[in-house]
Design a protein around this ligand. Structure first.
Ligand SMILES: Cc1ncc(COP(=O)(O)O)c(C=O)c1O
Length: 384
């Protein structure tokens, strides 16, 4: 047995400045405690501040018989784990998306590593944006289909590739995120719908960072850009703006039935706890009323971009705001500077992002008060 192989590799990871460790954190609403310091949490995906809203927990308890809901489902959905709340949640999702069906999963990772391998086989092509999330890449690799990438947001490149190769395949799956997790930039979903029609393809959009944060009713960029009907698979997660856990796909009846019968990451895993499914449904039903929070996020993001640009940083994004630093070392130093001053914002380094594309990644939270954001903007304007 060769243990050195693992310690050598860890040494190389350290040398490259990419060593990761699990921080022990404590939370107090949108504040985070770490290393004896209290900081504003700008590295969480609680975009609407719902996870840090105790009043919401109280409202849930008033409205729901929580005593009757277990903290474990103790079984797969296909055995005895399919609590009645799953049916209610899936019906609500399908109704809100005006799709025939919806299917809920244990996490976004389970959704992305399971749906594509279930649906795409040997005669098919999966073609994905170069910057899609690791879970989508893992899903494509697990499938028997051919896997290709197009340059990030470069729809001419996507068209070119399909023009050359479409005829070789039976089914083609075009896959993109709507808001990209590392850069916060937004896909042109109308354009992707046009391409899908031109090339008789299926369109799979991961709305993990847009569900709850975009669209009048919080359904995501597919709602905002008016193309719910044309997207075959709308995937969203509940662990971010929804302040819960799990994920879903909105699709048609045939695909739901097929996934229930073939998707390994649905069949061979324990169902979500009933209390979580009920909580998710409670949050989902309140999502349309959260337009003011969604609008506030956009305003704060614009202010943050203005402050960063004013100091010469390259930025962009949406409510996920990148601040490009160049080298891994530069991003680590800048992150430390922010943390020393009460702002918990973490560096994202190569190889998660391209070489010399290291950045800080600000994840904004609509519940953080203006005074706290003012402190952040003052700090950037005077000290960064
Ligand atoms: C785009 C995208 N898809 C899927 C996931 C995975 O979701 P989950 O955390 O529910 O497994 C993430 C997680 O960050 C993500 O950013």
């Amino acid at each position: 047995m060769n243990r050195e192989r693992y310690s050598d590799k860890l040494g190389k990871i350290k040398e490259a400045g990419n060593y990761r460790h699990l921080r022990e954190m404590q939370f107090n609403g949108f504040l985070v405690h770490h290393d004896g310091r209290e900081m504003l949490n700008l590295s969480s995906n609680d975009y609407l501040g719902l996870a840090s809203n105790p009043a919401l927990y109280e409202a849930f308890k008033r409205e729901t018989d929580v005593e009757a809901l277990a903290y474990s489902s103790s079984s797969s959905r296909l055995l005895s784990g399919n609590h009645a709340y799953y049916t209610l949640l899936e019906r609500d999702l399908a109704d809100m998306y005006t799709k025939e069906a919806a299917l809920v999963f244990a996490s976004g990772y389970h959704a992305n590593i399971g749906i594509l391998p279930a649906l795409a086989g040997k005669r098919d092509l999966i073609i994905a944006d170069k910057l899609v999330h690791a879970s989508i890449i893992d899903g494509a690799r697990l499938s028997d289909a051919e896997f290709a990438r197009y340059h990030h947001l470069d729809y001419d490149h996507l068209r070119e590739t399909l023009f050359k190769s479409r005829e070789q395949y039976e089914n083609v799956f075009i896959v993109s995120e709507s808001i990209f997790s590392m850069d916060g930039d937004v896909a042109d979903l109308q354009e992707l719908c046009d391409i899908k029609r031109e090339y008789d393809a299926l369109l799979y959009i991961d709305e993990a960072h847009a569900a709850g944060t975009r669209g009048t009713n919080g359904l995501g960029c597919c709602e905002e850009q008016g193309c719910i009907r044309d997207i075959d698979f709308i995937v969203g997660t509940f662990g971010k703006a929804f302040a819960s856990h799990g994920a879903y796909v909105a699709c048609d009846d045939l695909f739901k039935e097929y996934l229930v019968n073939t998707q390994r990451s649905l069949i061979f895993t324990t169902a979500l706890p009933p209390i979580i499914v009920a909580w998710t449904r409670f949050i989902l039903r309140g999502m349309p009323a959260r337009l003011p929070e969604r609008e506030r996020l956009a305003v704060i993001a614009d202010r943050l971009r203005a402050a960063l640009t004013g100091r010469g940083y390259v930025t962009g994004g949406s409510h996920i705001v990148p601040c490009l630093c160049g080298s891994n070392e530069a991003s680590v130093t800048l992150s430390r500077q922010f943390r020393d001053n009460g702002f918990f914002v973490l560096p994202i380094r190569y190889p998660t992002v391209p070489k010399n594309g290291a950045r800080l990644r600000f994840s904004l939270n609509a519940a953080i008060p203006d005074e706290d954001y003012d402190c952040l903007f003052d700090f950037i304007e005077t000290s960064c």
